[in-house]
Design a protein around this ligand. Structure first.
Ligand code: UDP
Ligand code: MN
Length: 332
């Protein structure tokens, strides 16, 4: 009897405690919790993460910038002679779009003109490139006339020399760090109508004296090229007068700026015999033994001596005679 009473008491007690626990739990469910502490720590976490995100974004931005400006890359100075004609803006557009992909490129555009023209001035200002705009008119007696065969006189010689003059003036004025950077730079002569691969610029970027490579579609050949044996240039693959000192096209070599600055007499001879313009310049700077073969030891064509067809204006001329020509105020 005593035992039974005790069991019953225990059972009732257990039941009561459970019931109270259940009631308390149900009451808690209905109540709003005090979330202040919880919220504060979340806010802190968010602002911490925001700070980290900002730091990361800044890091990405600076590394992207350094990718574009690449301060440690050697600079490439590209000298381009150009002259007014119907296709000029089209040629310059194509060229500038190539150059926009090349880091640390400084474009020296030399107009064959008595004054800088508005077309080239405006074009360069909008190009997004680092550039210098020069002009130098080819004297009449040195200029190819309308009906002269294209090989009679060299073209662009005066303008390339003007580009060299600008580089030498800049070299003379430079001091300290700036002068040291110029010593590392390279100079390339890029006509406005050729076609250039991007790889070409990385090949030439590290040039000790004069680097060389093949040029496609030139001299009546699929390509002309230095011939390399045991890592050295030993002769030239060309269809015409292979014994010229440097039987290479203008597009086939680049010269270190240091070499140009230390040989102030080196320039292009506008009166040079046909095919000797490149030699007239390079003779002052190197011998064949010094040439540095690039483009996989001169086995790859990375530049093409393309030429743009002169557009025919038969219908334009006919319409102009009737006073119905294209609006002359529209720049083409
Ligand atoms: N050029 C120039 N003045 C001229 C003819 C040509 O400045 O009267 C420039 C031309 O824009 C080009 C370079 O000189 O950048 C070589 O000219 P071109 O392409 O006509 O020569 P080729 O293709 O025969 O080597
Ligand atoms: Mn050309």
């Amino acid at each position: 009897m005593r035992v039974r009473l005790k069991l019953k008491t225990v059972f009732v007690f257990y039941f009561m405690v459970s019931l109270l626990g259940l009631i308390y739990a149900l009451m808690q469910l209905g109540q709003r919790c005090d979330c202040r502490d919880y919220g504060e720590s979340k806010d802190q976490q968010i602002s911490q993460l925001r700070g980290e995100l900002q730091k990361l974004q800044e890091h990405i931005k600076t590394s992207e910038l350094s990718k574009i400006s690449k301060p440690n890359l050697h600079a490439i100075y590209v000298i381009t002679p150009t002259y007014a004609r119907l296709v000029q803006k089209a040629e310059l557009s194509r060229l500038s779009h190539t150059f926009l992909h090349v880091p640390r490129l400084h474009w020296i555009v030399v107009e064959d003109a008595a004054q800088p023209t508005p077309l080239v001035t405006d074009f360069l200002a909008a190009s997004g490139l680092t550039y210098t705009h020069l002009h130098k008119l080819t004297p009449k007696d040195k200029k190819l006339q309308e009906n002269d065969p294209s090989w009679l006189k060299p073209r662009g010689a005066e303008q390339r020399n003007e580009g060299l003059r600008w580089l030498r003036d800049m070299g003379a004025a430079a001091e300290g760090k700036e002068a040291a950077a110029l010593e590392e730079a390279v100079v390339y002569f890029a006509d406005d109508d050729n076609t250039y691969s991007l790889q070409l610029f990385e090949e030439m970027r590290y040039t000790n004296r004069v680097s060389v490579w093949p040029v496609g579609l030139v001299g009546g050949m699929k390509f002309e090229s230095p011939v390399v044996q045991d890592g050295r240039v030993v002769r030239f693959h060309t269809g015409w007068r292979p014994n010229r000192p440097f039987p290479m096209d203008m597009a086939g070599f680049a010269v270190s700026l240091r070499l140009i600055l230390s040989n102030p007499e080196a320039c292009f001879d506008g009166d040079a015999q046909m095919g000797f313009l490149e030699s007239s310049f390079l003779q002052h700077l190197v011998t064949m033994d010094d040439l540095e073969p690039k483009a996989d030891l001169c086995t790859k064509v990375l530049v093409w001596h393309t030429r743009t067809e002169k557009p025919k204006m038969k219908r334009e001329d006919a319409l102009q005679r009737q006073g119905l020509g294209s609006d002359p105020d529209v720049e083409v």
